[in-house]
Design a protein around this ligand. Structure first.
Ligand code: ADP
Length: 248
């Protein structure tokens, strides 16, 4: 996140660097059932982000002594592949960032999954970022929600997510990587669809109270658009013929 004095022009002739208006989402596509061996899976292509998610469980808890007799453990592993972005610090294996993102994504789902229906088990959510272009944590929440639904894991509500922020001095929906890196503020956010509960909110940079209120409305409208794509992807999967191959 750069300071407000950032020299990188993020708004040119009223448009963003990728030609979008301030409240446009990047192109968004979700495919369900992309990993036949998983209990549930989905792939998301959102702008330049490409992320795949596999869900396994509820299954026996390993190690067994870690199991809870009251509820399933939700385990989440977010990982960015070393070729996901052109940044020189990209490397394989866990990092402080992947640990943080795994934690915040897991916490969002702990508030949604009806884990007490599956005591002594665990539900594994594996998220692999193949290509990164800003907003991977929100794209991960969106794709994992679909993969969990595909695995038949009962949830209180569906969750959608989007990053909002300020770029080139203007409030913007769905920041891309340049806006994330050189804008004034970045606020990833996840919201449940029916209850409108905030399940993840983080913030970088600086916003006024008034801007936060406006940005929340913008995020809510953005989450509704993401939800449409999630619901449509699930519907398409269950309407297609048995045995039909799912293309990423
Ligand atoms: P998010 O992906 O949720 O926006 P960050 O704000 O941490 O999370 O990162 C913004 C963007 O910067 C990422 O989407 C990615 O494009 C790039 N990036 C951040 N950290 C790394 C990393 N370790 N390796 C490669 N790219 C990274």
């Amino acid at each position: 996140m750069a300071s407000s004095e950032s020299k990188v022009p993020l708004i040119i002739n009223g448009k963003r660097t990728d030609g979008r208006d301030m409240e446009d989402l990047r192109n968004l596509r979700i495919e369900v059932g992309v990993i036949p061996e998983a209990d549930g899976s989905a792939f998301i292509e959102w702008g330049g982000n490409k992320i795949v998610c596999g869900v396994y469980g509820p299954r026996e808890c390993i190690p067994r002594h870690g199991a809870s007799p009251y509820h399933a453990l939700i385990k989440c592993r977010y990982m960015m592949s070393p070729f996901a972005s052109l940044e020189e610090h990209s490397r394989s294996g866990p990092s402080r960032r992947s640990t943080e993102l795994s934690k915040v994504i897991r916490e969002a789902f702990e508030n949604l999954i009806l884990a007490d229906k599956f005591p002594n088990t665990q539900i594994d959510v594996y998220i692999d970022v193949l290509q990164a272009d800003g907003g991977t944590r929100t794209a991960s929440v969106a794709v994992a929600a679909v993969a969990l639904a595909n695995a038949g894991i009962p949830m209180k509500d569906m969750v959608s997510a989007v990053a909002v922020g300020k770029a080139g001095g203007m409030l913007a929906l769905d920041l891309n990587k340049i806006e994330d890196n050189f804008g004034q503020s970045d606020m990833p956010l996840a919201m449940s669809h029916r209850d409108r509960k905030l399940l993840l909110v983080q913030m970088d940079g600086l916003l006024t109270r008034d801007e936060v209120m406006r940005i929340l409305d913008m995020a809510e409208r953005g989450c509704d658009k993401v939800h449409e794509v999630q619901a449509e992807a699930l519907k398409r999967f269950y309407e297609k013929g048995e045995g039909e191959t799912v293309k990423w």
